[in-house]
Design a protein around this ligand. Structure first.
Ligand code: 2HG
Ligand code: ZN
Length: 433
């Protein structure tokens, strides 16, 4: 994002849990700080060293140990790239339960450390549910091993959960045992235009009702998001005329004709009730991929404007877009664009405001307003990207003081010298970056 610039004396590239353990033991004895780094695709600066931290890169830890097609599990090292894992699983008609735009370079260890959500969370759920086990190296070099691969195991605290979403501040994930899912033999994609946000919400309700268990994604973007991909990355609007909102609906199932008929019936109904004013259903995989491009390339498109102020907010669906509506007049004279898009089915808004160069005046219109609005509506200031460096000091907007105290106590217990990914997540950032 050209926002977080770090420096380091050395990048360490271990190949095994044992090597990571030896590194951490060494660093612990000498009080050397370490920033773990996976595919470096995060959006909140979580993998950037701030002062003189060593980088521990997981990129050489890229072995797939095995796929169990009966138990539906995959065992691998943390540095495996998400897309590579999907390619290996495809041979068994299986796939990973998560998918995100960064799939070509993000690593599974980083996905789990940041508890990445992505495009199909609606259907396959959180990594807190689909990670069945992992190995994590603690700051003192000890190895926590939860790799038994059992789906049910109620013996004491579920320790692996500590490392899911803690952004490499409590331990370094080195090996992973994932619960994986059936690769759907029937995938359908529809792209819809809606006349207003109320109609977008009604379309979501209709999709949940009419498509039920085959609904695998419900993504939305506003007209500013559409204009951005049209102008900056040459992705065309599938429709001749523009609309205030667009929705991408996807189904994953096992019977193509049956799913297609369901999707058509849903669409017909949505058009009859006026929730949808225009709609197209992909006729083949190429067309489906082209429709996905409109949604998936917004992040890249925004980058073309220069500086991007990026927010990843959880809000109740009915209040979700009012944040964009409240923000737009505040930034109108200063920003290039103010775009709202995201995972509507999960109540997750991506609010992005762009400008040619960094502007304090613009920033003052955005923060703390965006966080105050989120707190007022009982939302979360980070739905899926994490706190990293960018939002660590704002944790109070989404967590009560006693929760933050317990988090800091846990950090102190596992990492008494504060060596692992310092200044991130639950720690105050001394530089106020
Ligand atoms: C997405 O859903 C990513 O495309 C990135 O989480 C969101 O750029 C963003 O704000
Ligand atoms: Zn997202």
């Amino acid at each position: 994002m050209n926002k977080f610039r770090g420096q380091t004396a050395a990048v360490l590239r271990p190949r095994s849990t044992e090597e990571v353990s030896a590194i951490m033991r060494y660093c612990h004895e000498r009080k050397l700080a370490v920033t773990p780094q996976g595919g470096n695709t995060g959006l909140v600066g979580g993998s950037v060293p701030l002062h003189d931290e060593l980088i521990l890169s997981t990129s050489l830890m890229n072995q797939v140990y095995g796929i169990d097609a009966v138990a539906r599990t995959l065992t691998c090292q943390a540095g495996c790239v998400l897309e590579t894992l999907n390619a290996a699983l495809a041979e068994h008609d299986l796939m990973m339960p998560l998918d995100l735009g960064a799939k070509g370079s993000c690593q599974i260890g980083g996905n789990i450390s940041s508890n990445a959500g992505g495009l199909r969370f609606l259907r396959y759920g959180s990594l807190h549910g689909s990670v069945l086990g992992l190995k994590a190296v603690l700051p003192n070099g000890d190895v926590i091993d939860t790799m038994k691969g059992l789906r049910k195991d109620n013996t004491g605290y579920d320790l692996k959960q500590l490392f899911i979403g803690s952004e490499g501040t409590l331990g370094i994930i080195t090996e992973v045992l994932m619960g994986v899912v059936q690769k759907p033999s029937a995938v359908n994609v529809a792209f819809l235009a809606c006349p207003g946000y109320d109609q977008v919400q009604q379309t979501l309700v209709a999709a949940q009702k009419g498509l039920g268990e085959i609904l695998s994604a419900f993504e939305f973007l506003d007209h500013e998001g559409m204009r951005c991909v049209n102008e900056t990355v040459d992705v065309p609007n599938p429709f001749d005329s523009t609309a205030p909102f667009y929705v991408l609906v996807e189904t994953h199932g096992s019977n193509s004709e049956h799913d297609y008929a369901k999707l058509e019936a849903f669409l017909e109904n949505a058009m009859e009730t006026g929730c949808v004013v225009d709609g197209v259903v992909a006729q083949d995989a190429t067309q489906a991929a082209a429709l996905w491009q409109v949604r998936e390339r917004i992040t890249e498109g925004l980058q073309h404007d220069g500086v991007v102020y990026k927010y990843d907010i959880s809000l109740p669906v009915q209040h979700l877009y009012s944040l964009v509506e409240a923000m737009r007049p505040r930034v109108a004279d200063l920003a290039t664009r103010c775009v709202g898009f995201g995972h509507l089915g999960d109540g997750n808004l991506h609010l992005n405001i762009t400008s040619p160069t960094a502007s304090e005046e613009l920033f003052a219109q955005i923060e703390p307003f965006v966080y105050e609005f989120t707190r007022e509506h009982r939302g979360s200031i980070s739905a899926e990207h994490g706190l990293g460096l960018m939002k660590a000091r704002h944790i109070h907007y989404s967590q009560p003081a006693a929760n933050v105290t317990l988090m800091r106590q846990l950090k102190g217990l596992l990492d008494p010298h504060g060596l692992l990914n310092p200044y991130k997540t639950v720690e105050e950032n001394p530089l106020n970056v």
